[in-house]
Write a protein that binds this ligand. Structure first.
Ligand SMILES: [Zn+2]
Length: 282
């Protein structure tokens, strides 16, 4: 028997198992988990989807030590813990230290010993670091178009939706897909001090933010922000209303999405240009 048969399970089968089990241990919902062959691989050396389940390290060890029966595992496999929940159990991240960096689309937001928000929409922080008791803790609120939270991080406690098409965790990366081969959000956690929004998109109040390795693009490229570096700035980029009492390095008031009618806005622009012309005309 190979020492780690899970390593050779084809990727599409792993994904089906994750989807069926709700991206967590079928008994307790926890991450990290392993792919467990309910009929041992030594007995049936095949990777059949229906024979695989997810077990966290603790429950996997209990099965190995015969402290948990196959019948109990099968019962939980038939009714996985996370299938009764919209979000996963909190998974603690290990951010700490006195300097923190958020990297998004060729932009970097860096701060030392102070709270900061890298990105906000309508006064709501999307991603930032909270500095408390001499250490940094990550906070994030990444949602889909319907305003449903996809990934939420509150003071280093990570939860994600169990309703995604797929959530894959590979080492320090979290990849959430909303359909086959389409990454919704990919994050990379480099404890103790850096998080990268590698690619993907998120929404807040109808504002779409799309990130790749080159830029942060807002609302179908109404604004593109790239190659900026922000240091010790309370709020890096804010779209719409700013967080009360703060200042932002880049504040986009959302001119491409006026609250009133676009005609009224265009009239005001025309008036301003008319006024300019009359003042400068000889
Ligand atoms: Zn477990």
């Amino acid at each position: 028997m190979s020492s780690d048969p899970g390593r050779n399970i084809p990727a599409p089968i792993k994904r089906q198992v994750r989807q069926r089990c709700g991206f967590g241990c079928v008994i307790c919902g926890d991450y990290p988990y392993q792919y467990h062959h309910m009929i041992p691989y030594a007995v049936d050396p095949a990777h059949k989807e229906e024979n695989l389940t997810l077990l966290c390290d603790k429950h996997h060890k209990k099965v190995t030590n015969r402290l948990l029966t196959d019948a109990t595992v099968s019962a939980h496999n038939a009714d996985p813990y996370n299938q009764h929940r919209d979000v996963t159990n909190p998974d603690p991240l290990d951010f700490s230290g006195a300097v923190a960096t958020i990297s998004m689309g060729s932009c970097e937001f860096i701060a030392e010993r102070r709270d900061f928000v890298a990105f906000s929409v309508d006064a709501q922080p999307i991603i930032g670091f909270h500095y408390v008791d001499d250490r940094y803790m990550l906070c994030a609120d990444l949602r889909d178009e319907q305003n449903v939270p996809l990934i939420t991080i509150v003071d280093n406690e990570l939860t994600h939706t169990t309703k995604a098409f797929d959530v894959e965790r590979i080492a320090n990366r979290l990849i959430l897909r909303d359909r086959p081969r389409r990454v919704s959000i990919e994050l990379e956690f480099d404890a103790p001090s850096r998080v990268t929004v590698t690619r993907g998109q998120f929404w807040m109040n109808g504002v779409r933010v799309w990130i790749d390795d080159r830029a942060i693009r807002i609302d179908d490229e109404a604004a593109i922000i790239d190659f900026n570096r922000f240091r010790n700035i309370p709020v890096g980029v804010s779209v719409g209303r700013q967080i009360p009492g703060t200042v932002s390095a880049i504040a986009l008031d959302g001119g491409w999405r006026p609250q009133g009618s676009m005609d009224a806005v265009m009239d005001a622009v025309m008036d301003a240009l008319r006024d300019f012309n009359s003042r400068h005309r000889q």
